[in-house]
Structure formats: C-alpha cells, structure tokens
Design a protein around this ligand. Sequence first.
Ligand SMILES: *[C@@H]1O[C@H](CO)[C@@H](O)[C@H](O)[C@H]1NC(C)=O
Ligand SMILES: *[C@@H]1O[C@H](CO)[C@@H](O)[C@H](O)[C@H]1NC(C)=O
Length: 161
Amino acid sequence: MISVFSICIVLGSMCVSLFSAEAEITVSGQVGSTAVLPCELQSVGTETPHIRWRIDSETVFERLGEDTYQGEGYEGRVDVPEEELRKGNCSLVLHNLTLTDAGVYTSYQTVRRTKRSDSVIPKRKEISRVKLSVQEKPPEKRTEIPTGEIHLCVSLPAKQI
Ligand SMILES: *[C@@H]1O[C@H](CO)[C@@H](O)[C@H](O)[C@H]1NC(C)=O
Ligand SMILES: *[C@@H]1O[C@H](CO)[C@@H](O)[C@H](O)[C@H]1NC(C)=O
C-alpha cells in the first residue's frame, strides 16, 4: 500500500512541476552582460530572510544576513544585495553571463521553526522559478578595413614586346 501511495505522490508532483513549469518566467541576456532573475518575498518579517537560489540541485547563491555563499563557477558574479533583500526583493543579480549559465533557476526561502525541544525544523518554500537563456554576442562588425586601403594584387601576364 505504501508503494502505491508513494507512486501517486511522485506522479502528482510530476504533474505539479509540469504545470508550474509553464508559469515560469524567462529572462534572457547576452554573453558578458548582467541578468536580474526576479524574486519577491510575500512578507518581510523582523528576521533576516534566508534566501537560496539553486540550479538543478546545486546552490548558486545563498544569503543569510551578511553571510553569503557563492556556488562553484559563480564566484564573484552573483549576489542578492542585502539592502534589497531587507525590502523583500530577493532578485538574483548575475554578472558576466556565459553560455553555460543557461538553465532554470529556483529561489527558496528557508524559515526556521524553533520548537521547544532542541530540534530546529527548517521549512523550505519555493518562491520563484526563472528560466535563463543566454545568447551569443553578435559577431563584431568588420569596419576596420577602409575600402581605400584594400590592395589588389593582380599579376598581369608579362607582355612580349
Ligand atoms: C530588485 O533587485 C534588483 C537587483 O538588485 C534590482 O535590479 C531591481 O530593480 C529590484 N526591484 C525592485 C522592485 O526594487
Ligand atoms: C568576465 O569574463 C571574462 C571572460 O571569462 C573575464 O576575463 C572577466 O574578468 C570577467 N569579468 C568579471 C567582472 O568577472
């Protein structure tokens, strides 16, 4: 009975994720530019929000107050500015886009519920899901060669006098 039940849960959550995948936001940017992945907290408490952005199952960025973590490959390029987060704006700023940054990013808020016992049960809530697409830079225009400087090398057949 338990396995049938868990299959139902798996199928159910697959349907939910398929459904919610349609509602995701798409952000696009060019290689080397900066992308802002939107995210907004529904309520801002007195507690400093604990926010985490993930791609697949890897953490891209995490902030709890002043403490931050930048995921592998994202070092020095990602941030959720603290002053914005205090206002409830959990948007992820991603600088210097690369083609490999493309993917679906999900933001989570972790809410700690302290019980009377020592156990702290963190509750993770998904906030937004953003699809990032990265385009290659358009090829640079070849304006360096002014037409007057094009040398034509034509070898003429030697005329016989
Ligand atoms: C949220 O934060 C991002 C990045 O810091 C910023 O670009 C955006 O304008 C902010 N949005 C609002 C509504 O303040
Ligand atoms: C952006 O990426 C390029 C190429 O990978 C690198 O040379 C440059 O230092 C990076 N800039 C920043 C601000 O990370």
